[in-house]
Ligand binder design. Structure first.
Ligand SMILES: [Zn+2]
Length: 256
């Protein structure tokens, strides 16, 4: 069986309220060893912490999504810092830039992103980064952050992000997008060294083919692993094992 860590799964969202127990149980039965939940707003931190107390499989991250950057006040930063002392809190995310929807002013997005990156470097924890239609600003900011570790979440195949990520030794979060018919990631994935691949769902979003359009969940990562194996002409078990070890390493999940 595959060994899987879902490095980015919004399992705290209401889409899972009616059957979270079953989703976690199915994950466990299908080789999922850990599920990491990113936060989008500060109100998520405590909610995710209590889910982590209930399920050993779960871990969480603290951060403010670029959509919600306008809500990121000093209280959010203080609270994030506090949560980072919790052993189930394994990083900062999701943070980044989203100029596609522009739900928060761009200068505010950049400030919040920048400050969370500094927090990650000072606290020596990884980040989970979101970037949409903001590659140039992302690259500029990342080039000023040499000691950063973490994941380029929802990597969809941008050459610019690939280059800066490889320069900095970042990991690439590969999910359902790889299985989509017109995805450029199918070609770009050959240029991503397996040593820098981790898997993720971004559930409930972005379910892979053949579940596309449905609610995503951690056990569907197997479709992404199998797609990658097909593209690279590699053994899927080998791919899952490498990505599993990569995920353990970047998020310091030593006990799994
Ligand atoms: Zn996400």
């Amino acid at each position: 069986m595959y060994e899987i860590i879902d490095t980015h799964c919004h399992l705290d969202m209401e889409e899972f309220n009616s059957d979270r127990d079953e989703v976690i149980e199915r994950s466990r039965e299908n080789g999922v060893k850990a599920i990491i939940m990113p936060s989008t707003v500060k109100e998520d931190f405590e909610k995710e912490k209590s889910l982590c107390d209930k399920y050993d499989l779960l871990f969480y991250m603290v951060g403010v999504h670029p959509h919600d950057a306008k809500t990121a006040n000093s209280e959010a930063f203080d609270l994030a810092q506090k949560h980072l002392k919790n052993e189930k809190c394994v990083g900062i995310g999701e943070i980044g830039l989203d100029y596609h929807y522009d739900l928060s002013p761009r200068n505010k997005q950049r400030d919040v992103f920048y400050d969370f990156l500094d927090m990650a470097i000072e606290s020596n924890v990884p980040v989970s980064m979101h970037c949409r239609d903001a590659d140039d600003d992302m690259v500029d900011i990342l080039h000023s952050k040499k000691d950063l570790k973490g994941v380029m979440h929802c990597f969809f195949g941008s050459e610019k992000l690939l280059k800066v990520g490889l320069d900095l030794g970042l990991y690439f979060g590969v999910g359902g997008v790889l299985t989509f018919k017109n995805s450029i990631l199918k070609d770009v994935i050959r240029d991503v060294p397996l040593e820098f691949v981790v898997f993720e769902t971004d559930a409930p979003y972005l379910a892979p083919v053949p579940k596309r359009g449905k609610r995503n969940e951690p056990m569907y990562i197997r479709y992404v692993i199998e797609k990658m194996a097909e593209i690279l002409n590699e053994d899927p078990l080998k791919i899952s094992k490498i990505a599993f070890e990569n995920s353990k390493k970047v998020f310091s999940l030593d006990k799994i």
